[in-house]
Design a protein around this ligand. Structure first.
Ligand code: MAN
Length: 352
């Protein structure tokens, strides 16, 4: 196994204590999984900010949004026989699933790609309406013809689906609602049309037959998606045996569209790998890495809110066309950075 990610010395770049919480009575538990883009000469992160009240002994408490956008706190005694709390991220109470934190998305920018700060007058993006009462998460940002397309996970007791908002100035957003209904997440739109159509990777989950696989779809307008095809499956016995999901928008290279994706095994260890799609018909996968290209190994990746996780949904490709700076969530708690060489990824791809 070869880990080819050169982690930033300054990691973690962002920790929960670095930002103020959005609301009195809540604290930031995790800063993770940023969408990434360039805007006005700077590198920007659209960071997932996961919050909950300070935890008291013997009680699990977490916020949810009401229909009108107000925050309601739910408190459940830990010894309640109707509570199943075995995963730090989700609980089940009286047969209903809840998240243990409520996420919104916050904009940060940087001149050097390492030190990030919150600029003034850029509002956070928060969940709205019945399909986002448990928040919005893990945004991918695609820039197409001067417009930014934000695809993120919308969570509520109805399920987990993909929401879309668009913007040109990061101040005014057009809301397009849920473009891919539950259960679906990890949606990354290609940053260029192919033969006149928009393309996107996405990750529906099929619980009984099938699994957590990566699919591709096309669309005339980036809102209505069809022509779905399953292109990447989990692999028994490997690091991506349990679930796979796309990272950020595929990178256009001479050899094809290169996608860095995450895979998890049944122990919930999240690693990164890569696959390559045909330039003219991206529903054809032409190569895939057998082994992961990045494995949780640094202290901040092994230990945190949910340990053993590296998860990326945002990157910047350097003008040299080779260096990809990925920004990633470590242990579901910190935002980190690392450089990966495209040439090195290519040397690890197995052609199919
Ligand atoms: C999974 C994890 C969580 C996330 C939920 C809802 O349980 O990825 O981090 O909050 O799904 O998307």
């Amino acid at each position: 196994m070869k880990d080819i990610a050169k982690r930033f010395k300054a990691n973690p770049l962002l920790s929960p204590g670095d930002l103020p919480s959005s609301t009195e009575g809540l604290e930031i538990t995790c800063l993770l999984n940023p969408g990434v883009f360039q805007f006005e000469g700077k590198t920007w992160l659209l960071v997932r900010v996961a919050e909950r009240p300070e935890q008291k002994d013997n009680i699990i408490s977490f916020p949810i949004l009401t229909n009108t956008g107000a925050i309601e706190i739910i408190e459940i005694p830990k010894n309640d026989p109707d509570l199943i709390a075995t995963d730090a991220r989700v609980i089940n109470y009286k047969g209903v699933d809840y998240l243990t934190t409520l996420s919104h998305l916050r904009l940060l920018c940087s001149e050097d790609g390492i030190k990030f700060y919150e600029p003034e007058n850029y509002p956070p993006l928060v969940g709205e309406g019945m399909l986002e009462t448990f928040g919005i998460e893990d945004c991918r940002v695609a820039l197409i013809d001067g417009k930014y397309y934000l695809t993120f996970t919308s969570v509520s007791d109805n399920g987990v689906g993909v929401g879309l908002r668009t913007t040109t100035d990061w101040k005014i957003f057009e809301k397009h609602g849920m473009i891919l209904p539950a259960h679906n997440k990890d949606c990354a739109i290609f940053e260029e049309k192919i033969n006149g159509l928009y393309y996107a990777l996405h990750r529906p989950s099929s619980v009984d037959i099938g699994g957590n696989y990566i699919w591709i779809a096309s669309s005339p307008d980036a809102i209505h998606w069809g022509n779905h095809k399953c292109i990447i499956k989990t692999r028994k016995g490997l690091w991506d045996s349990k679930r796979v999901g796309a990272g950020a928008a595929p990178i256009k290279t001479e050899k094809g569209w290169l996608e860095i994706y995450h895979g998890a095994n049944d122990k919930h260890q999240y690693c990164l790998g890569a696959f390559l799609m045909d330039l003219e018909d991206p529903s054809k996968v032409i190569a895939r890495t057998e082994q992961p290209i990045m494995v949780p190994s640094a202290e901040y990746e092994l230990n945190g809110f949910f340990g053993q996780v590296v998860f990326t949904n945002g990157h910047v490709v350097a003008p040299d066309g080779d260096t990809v700076t990925i920004y990633y969530g470590a242990a579901d708690e910190f935002v980190c950075g690392a450089e990966i060489s495209i040439k090195e990824i290519f040397s690890l791809l197995n052609y199919i």
